[in-house]
Write a protein that binds this ligand. Structure first.
Ligand code: UT7
Length: 325
């Protein structure tokens, strides 16, 4: 697998920490010192699939791959436009990738890493040659805007990569889950198939207003323990040392989490680029948005070996390796 192109899309509306302090009891000092976040982009009417399609088009242009050449589209999202059709099918229609098999993947903020690992397995099997992997989330539509503990953390956006098969020996990737900790980070559906019709209608209405709930400290402890572990694991199974890694592209949730991971790995913080100050936590989109920025700013050089690692609801966590071309 080779990452042949990257793209991203952020909606135009920006909400600063000061803006949020007018909505909930918070302030810029608390948000920036506890998270590193200064502002986030919020969609005004654009859907998740529209953001995903814009990121996809940019990635295809960067890769110089036409939509007709794409054989697989995976969209990692927990905020798809609707349950059916899948967001990946809507992206296919929007960009004209008429030959692609398309499906969504739900692994919350780890979604992009899981989707990358899944696409890698398909490419390694020889089933497909070109794949589009997209992380897209519009968390603003499932946030409780009266809950200061969560609403300050997230932003909307989409990022995409184009993957192609190569003859070079590939890397092995890692995906992990622990369903027993699912309650730590939730976005509930209220649908119950046994309910009577009227009750069911009401429950579906309720589900439209389901919101993210989170035990922030539990997720924090999980992340700072599991992310360094999975990075060590992915290096070990690929026979690599930390010195051979140019850069760690981590899920952008909290600056303190990234700093703690760097410290536990005994790696310099300079090897952990961050952009969460500008976008907040964009869930499954955070890693491909950062990849695209690193690509465009030429921070990634040909031959650089990078580790991507994510964590999130499920709970889920995982890591992938790529060599920049
Ligand atoms: O993609 C994965 C998604 N989730 C995460 O990555 C979350 C991981 N967890 C975290 O990043 C951190 O736990 C948070 C940023 C969510 C919270 O930081 P914390 O240092 O763990 O704060 P806390 O929850 O212990 O709250 C400390 C205080 C509390 O007040 P008291 O009880 O000490 O009086 C909170 O009520 O800060 C208060 N607080 C706030 N104050 C101002 C909570 N949210 C806010 C806020 N503004 N927005």
């Amino acid at each position: 697998m080779e990452i042949r192109g990257t793209g991203s899309y952020l909606p135009g509306k920006i909400i600063t920490n000061d803006d949020l302090s007018e909505v909930v009891d918070t302030n810029d000092e608390w948000i920036s010192s506890r998270t590193g976040i200064c502002q986030r982009h919020i969609s005004e009417g654009e859907t998740t699939s529209e953001m995903a399609a814009k990121a996809a088009v940019a990635a295809l242009e960067d890769a110089e791959v036409s939509p007709e050449e794409v054989e697989l589209i995976i969209v990692a999202t927990m905020t798809g436009d609707e349950a059916m059709p899948g967001t990946a099918c809507k992206v296919q229609k929007e960009i004209g990738a008429v030959h692609a098999a398309c499906f969504d993947l739900s692994a919350a903020c780890t979604g992009f890493v899981f989707a990358l690992n899944t696409a890698n397995a398909y490419l390694a099997s020889g089933m497909y040659r070109n794949a589009l992997v997209i992380g897209a989330d519009m968390v603003s539509k499932v946030i409780d805007w009266t809950d200061r503990a969560t609403c300050v953390l997230f932003g909307d956006g989409a990022g995409a990569v184009v993957l192609t098969c190569t003859d070079k020996k590939g890397y092995r990737f890692i995906s992990h889950s622990d369903g027993s900790m699912g309650n730590a980070l939730m976005l509930e559906h209220h649908y119950d198939r046994n309910l009577e019709t009227e009750q069911r209608r009401l429950s579906i209405e309720q589900s439209a207003s389901s919101k993210v709930s989170m035990d922030g400290q539990a997720v924090f402890r999980f992340a700072v323990r599991r992310v360094p572990q999975v990075i060590e694991e992915v290096l070990c199974i690929n026979g690599l040392s930390r010195e051979e890694i140019g850069c760690y592209v981590l899920h952008q949730a909290n600056q303190r989490i990234v700093e703690a991971v760097a410290k536990r790995l005994k790696e310099p913080l300079e090897k952990f680029p961050m952009n969460l100050q500008n976008y907040g936590n964009t869930s499954s989109a955070s890693i491909p948005i950062l990849l695209n920025e690193l690509d465009q700013s030429k921070r990634l050089k040909t031959g650089d070996r990078i580790v991507m690692a994510g964590f999130g609801g499920g709970l889920t966590w995982g890591a992938s390796i790529a060599e920049w071309i």
